[in-house]
Design a protein around this ligand. Structure first.
Ligand code: PMP
Length: 373
């Protein structure tokens, strides 16, 4: 079967699996224990993984906090800032196209008395910077949380410009970078106003159940403190207690090492694959199709397409034995997509949209299957 649902999850690379196996079997020590080699081997493996991930993100390794994935990282960062600083400022700015793990966290905080501004987006899913600036001046927020790239339509947000605004106004900036790791240049070392980042390993060929919350060290006048979600033994600089899942961390480290080493080659390949798929779809379906995202300023390998007059669920079900596709997010597949609604699609557009999400494991000739449908 041709797997084209890589925004939902990716296949783990064999090298990643091989790197993990020793830590599931003979090297089973707890990295927080001391003095004997089983423990120190585990600790060294965790540290090495931390270095690889830090290199991919362009942060220091002690700014990496391991979590169970981006859902936890988003919850931990947003609730953690709200709890730590909420007495002084209860305004948060986010956008209408965020992942549910950001939106639902914001809804929860609204019930606790916070005010959340949900920014509109243009027809390609990008926020309006002028509007953000205007709102920031009118009612200075505690936190701006805007995703780096969208999981349904692939559009990229102007992260550097948002970070600049946040730095000027002394506001915390968090970005959900889950969909862009290994596909977009994510070195945050030069992005001065970015304080927090979330991601998950399984979106870049690592294992499921492991992710990272990056908490940058204090910058300018801002002390990047958060209240932890999980209290306990004090692992991860006291930000996330619990025994570390060493095998998963090692797997995420290997996936990050490979994503970093093969970055240029992977991006070039994904762009080539995407162009090939666009050409096939245009030739086959002509005027029936409309691309929901533009061709630039988007994540390589994610395309969202409306097939006018065709029911997306029916098409996907009919193809299910041959190609794995989705209408949009796997996280909220039973509801009409809030992302497609935010970019202005109505009932027919919502019912006819299909997301194709590619990966470097897809072979170009495999896409020719769409010529035969
Ligand atoms: N943010 C974005 C943009 C995502 O695409 C996802 C996964 N669909 C998440 C957060 C949550 O990741 P996880 O399910 O690994 O916690």
């Amino acid at each position: 079967m041709l797997y084209l649902d890589n925004s939902a999850t990716t296949q783990m690379l064999p090298e990643v699996k091989d790197s993990m196996l020793p830590y599931l079997l003979e090297e089973f020590g707890n990295p927080s224990s001391k003095y004997y080699s089983l423990a120190t081997n585990a600790k060294n493996a965790v540290n090495e993984a931390r270095e690889h991930i830090a290199k991919l993100i362009g942060c220091d390794s002690d700014e990496i906090i391991f979590t169970s994935g981006a859902t936890e990282s988003n919850n931990m960062i947003i609730k953690g800032i709200a709890d730590y600083y909420g007495e002084h400022n209860q305004h948060i700015i986010t956008s209408k196209v965020e992942h549910p793990s950001v939106l639902e966290t914001c809804h929860y905080l609204e019930k606790k008395g916070f005010t959340v501004t949900y920014l509109d987006v243009d027809s390609y899913g990008r926020i309006y910077l002028d509007k953000l600036k205007e709102i920031m001046l009118q009612s200075p927020p505690l936190l701006v949380s805007i995703m780096w790239g969208n999981n349904e339509i692939g559009s990229l947000q102007p992260i550097e410009e948002i970070a600049k605004l946040c730095a000027e106004q002394n506001v915390f900036f968090h970005t959900d970078a889950t969909q862009v790791m290994g596909k977009v240049f994510t070195d945050i070392s030069t992005i001065e106003g970015l304080h927090f980042l979330s991601c998950s390993a399984h979106k870049f060929h690592g294992p499921k159940g492991i992710g990272v919350a990056v908490i940058k060290k204090d910058r300018n006048n801002l002390k990047t403190k958060i209240t932890p979600l999980l209290h306990g033994g004090g692992q991860e600089n006291d930000y996330r207690s619990g025994t570390l899942p060493v095998h998963n961390i090692v797997g995420m480290g290997k996936a990050a090492q490979l994503a970093f080493a093969n970055f240029d080659q992977n991006v070039e390949y994904l762009l080539d694959l995407e162009n090939h798929l666009r050409m096939i779809l245009k030739a086959k379906f002509g005027d029936v199709i409309v691309f929901n995202s533009d061709e630039t300023k988007k994540i390589p390998g994610i395309i969202s397409v409306q097939f006018k007059g065709i029911n997306n669920e029916m098409l996907i079900k009919n193809l299910a034995g041959v190609v794995a596709l989705s209408t949009g997010s796997a996280c909220s597949s039973s509801k009409p997509s809030h992302v497609l609604q935010a970019i202005g699609l109505h009932a027919d557009g919502l019912r006819s949209t299909i997301r194709f999400s590619l990966s470097s494991l897809v072979k170009k000739e495999e896409l020719d299957i769409f010529k035969q449908l």
